[in-house]
Design a protein around this ligand. Structure first.
Ligand code: NAI
Length: 457
């Protein structure tokens, strides 16, 4: 069934920007424009029958065109829903990629962007990444992501920050469950409690409220299993005695270093743009027992850690860092880390890595444990949880270790980069329909449009 613009279509537009203007606006200027034009909510949805992107308001048609003409980040995403939060004025969005397997699920990022195009592209890329990750992990969830634009609206002092996340929760309630959120970069467990106060459609809430809390520790464990599969595939044994370079000493980076030390890694070299994190982790991981740790503060844009002479490089900071600029500098035979969307251009950069003989395990294959950790919250918790352990062990064929080995073996057989093999498998699985609910997310999306979501609330 196609999608038609709902009854809320703005009858008259006082300001008609040229197509290029809108996307180059800063998120703050963009939300200012929306507010002046009386647009509190808008959507951009894919109409599968007409094969086009439909904007809720003519004002947003240039963004619909931007999506329609894009070949890199827009992949017939089912819908993007954005609001200028009524109280805080912060720009908040939900990006749904594909919901065949179930509700779009993925964390909400709180981040600053230079332009609204950068904001939208990040949401599109991240949502697609979640489709792939959830499908490969065998979760009955589709792909979605939330992005809150930092620097728009009111200040981020604690009380205002709580309100920002409460308003985000209210946005999810208005979307009737086609998206379920979780934690992501810039968002903390306390923020999830604020989201949870306004909606049931969230996971990763604090343990004190019955949730599973911070998913970074299991995420790091999963990344370790990916590294072990890559080393085994190359016949290099285990992690004991190896050197690992880690970009980003945040939640995942910290947990990762702890697990690497447990595995007998000889040396970890890490960087962070925050010198405070470097100092904290230096204290946390003193030299001893055959283990050394070096933490170096790095300027934003300094990716020299990727060029470290190491056995494994683990990007655990931001995405887009594997590019024609950085790939030629990499000396390690393996790249395996938690950061989402590490390839700047997925069509080009996995080939570039393969041409240099670098084995790259894609993020969506090895960083699944964050979302896996959150996925079963509503079914109660066990310690240890056999469902979590299955992903991290060697017994299940779809565990991170076994799936990585199988992807690497197929890549060797076919001569394709492993990321491409993993992508193909993930794409195939992402179209499987939820065994009970079918493609319900798309039905919810159509109902939102038909019921005039963008003029309600
Ligand atoms: P975080 O925000 O706690 O840590 C990221 C760290 O990277 C921060 O300390 C930041 O200062 C640092 N950083 C930013 N840019 C940098 C640069 N250019 N060079 C060096 N350091 C830099 O985030 P978290 O939770 O540790 O996540 C790390 C990555 O893993 C993110 O890309 C996230 O999307 C991804 N991820 C995280 C999951 C989780 O469970 N936390 C699950 C799946 C993916």
């Amino acid at each position: 069934m196609g999608v038609t613009r709902g009854p809320e279509t703005a009858p008259q537009v006082r300001y008609a920007p040229r197509p290029m203007d809108l996307q180059t606006l800063s998120p703050a200027d963009f939300s200012g424009l929306l507010t002046r034009e009386g647009v509190r909510r808008f959507y951009l949805v894919w109409d599968p029958d007409a094969e086009r992107v439909l904007a809720s308001h003519p004002l947003l048609d240039p963004l619909a065109r931007l999506f329609a003409e894009d070949r890199r980040d827009f992949d017939r995403h089912e819908g993007v829903f954005v609001q200028v939060a009524p109280d805080t004025g912060v720009l908040q969005g939900v990006f749904l990629h594909r919901t065949c397997r179930g509700q779009g699920a993925g964390g909400v990022r709180f981040w600053g962007y230079g332009t609204i195009e950068e904001y939208l592209r990040d949401g599109l890329r991240l949502a697609k990444g979640m489709t792939l990750k959830n499908a490969l992990a065998g979760l009955w969830w589709g792909g979605g992501k939330g992005v809150i634009a930092r620097g728009t609206g009111r200040s981020e002092e604690p009380a205002a920050r709580r309100r920002i996340y409460e308003e985000y929760g209210a946005l999810l309630t208005s979307l009737r469950g086609c998206y379920v959120t979780a934690e992501d970069v810039g968002t903390a467990v306390e923020d999830m409690a604020a989201v949870f106060s306004q909606t049931r459609f969230t996971t990763c809430i604090p343990p004190a409220l019955g949730g599973s809390g911070n998913p970074s520790v299991p995420t790091a464990r999963g990344v370790v299993r990916g590294m072990e599969a890559a080393l085994a595939h190359l016949g290099k044994g285990g992690l004991a005695g190896k050197t690992v370079a880690v970009q980003g000493l945040g939640h995942v980076g910290e947990a990762l270093i702890g697990f690497l030390r447990e595995r007998g890694v000889a040396q970890v070299v890490g960087t962070d743009v925050d010198p405070g994190r470097c100092a904290t982790l230096r204290d946390r991981f003193p030299e001893g027992g055959g283990f050394t740790f070096e933490a170096r503060p790095a300027a934003r844009g300094d990716h020299s850690i990727l060029a470290e002479p190491a056995d494994v490089v683990a990007p655990c900071a931001t995405g887009g860092i594997l590019s024609p600029e950085t790939i030629p500098t990499i000396q390690a035979p393996i790249v395996c880390g938690a950061a989402n969307n590490q390839l700047l251009d997925p069509e080009r950069d996995d080939l570039l890595l393969a041409s240099r003989g670098i084995l790259y395990l894609p993020d969506f294959l090895v960083n699944r444990m964050g979302i896996v950790h959150c996925a079963d919250e509503q079914y109660g918790s066990l310690t240890p949880d056999p469902r979590l352990e299955a992903h991290l062990g060697d017994a299940w064929e779809n565990s991170i270790y076994n799936l990585s080995l199988s992807v690497l073996a197929e890549a060797q057989r076919t001569g394709e980069p492993p990321a491409r093999v993993a992508l193909r498998r993930a794409e195939e699985r992402s179209f499987e329909l939820h065994p009970l609910w079918g493609h319900r997310g798309a039905a919810i999306l159509r109902s939102l449009v038909a019921d005039g979501w963008s003029s309600s609330g």
